[in-house]
Design a protein around this ligand. Structure first.
Ligand SMILES: *[C@@H]1O[C@H](CO)[C@@H](O)[C@H](O)[C@H]1NC(C)=O
Ligand SMILES: *[C@@H]1O[C@H](CO)[C@@H](O)[C@H](O)[C@H]1NC(C)=O
Length: 269
């Protein structure tokens, strides 16, 4: 009986460890323009191996600060040989472990692919996905109540693997309002939260080699023992939606909301 109560007590203590986090970085997107001490623009039509069909620019019509928010604004327009333009930025700072929060309002529309994610700053264990990837939020704009969280690792493509929440239905249209997307990442696990509700845990307290191809790792927890930086973007189409065909400019006229707004990003350690 004494042990039983001790366990409940210990659980409460662990749960309140949130109070021990200290803010180490923030971007509230309150200035006149994007803070280029914090961010790089990704430019061009890159497709990233996933056959996305957008062209990323740094024009304010695609990415800007407005009313204290970062706005990524997808345009239906001919640009280079592309039908759509959008925005994507990469963080210049990086951290190992911590609590990472993004308060965001998602877009909504056929084959819009917004993402709030993190990539390794130095690729110490080799090319994708040997050095890891942490997808805090990835959504198909056709279903704005559903998103998924994933970590990628295990080896260089095609020897990579992943651990994923799978699509989760939060029964709430996440394009109607701001919601808090967060992870807590420590040497043993990465916990994923929506509006402070914990819905998924990825265990990293293990050898993370996929078992295929060369083993890039020597210890448990690799590659998630290195600094990672933020990435924010809205892609369009691509293999995330299957083999195609992908959304046309004509279909895109019916997109209900072609912007993603980020109110703030916070990093605690
Ligand atoms: C936007 O990109 C163009 C092309 O690379 C570059 O010349 C320009 O300086 C960039 N502007 C900003 C604000 O980064
Ligand atoms: C752009 O849209 C047109 C009309 O739907 C389509 O025929 C064309 O293949 C598209 N181009 C690209 C690069 O996706």
């Amino acid at each position: 009986m004494i042990y039983f109560f001790w366990f409940i007590f210990a659980a409460v203590i662990v749960d309140s460890s949130y109070a021990d986090w200290h803010l180490v970085w923030q971007d509230e997107f309150d200035g006149e323009e994007l803070n280029l001490n914090y961010w790089n623009y990704q430019l061009g039509g890159i497709n990233f191996g996933s056959h996305e069909i957008e062209y990323y620019t740094n024009r304010t019509k695609n990415i800007r600060i407005e009313n204290g928010h970062l706005v990524i604004d997808v345009q239906i327009e001919k640009y280079d040989s592309y039908n759509f333009t959008s925005g994507r930025i990469h963080g210049k700072q990086a951290w190992t472990y911590g609590r990472f929060e993004a308060r965001a309002c998602l877009p909504s529309g056929h084959q819009l692919w917004p993402a709030i994610w993190m990539m390794p700053h130095h690729s110490k264990y080799g090319g994708w996905a040997a050095s890891g990837e942490i997808d805090i939020m990835e959504n198909k704009g056709d279903h704005p109540a559903i998103f998924e969280s994933t970590i990628h690792y295990g080896g260089k493509r095609p020897y990579n693997t992943h651990t994923a929440s799978g699509p989760r239905n939060f029964h709430n249209d996440l394009s109607k309002d701001f919601h808090l997307y967060a992870i807590e990442w420590d040497p043993k696990e990465i916990r994923f939260f929506l509006d402070n509700n914990h819905f998924f845990t990825a265990n990293i307290d293990r050898m993370m080699w996929s078992g295929k191809g060369p083993n890039p790792y020597t210890r448990k927890g690799q590659p998630f023992d290195q600094p990672f930086h933020w990435i924010l973007n809205v892609a369009i189409g691509g293999t995330y939606f299957g083999p195609g065909p992908y959304v046309t400019p004509e279909q895109a006229k019916y997109w209900p909301k072609s912007t993603m707004e980020i109110d703030y990003l916070l990093v605690y350690q």
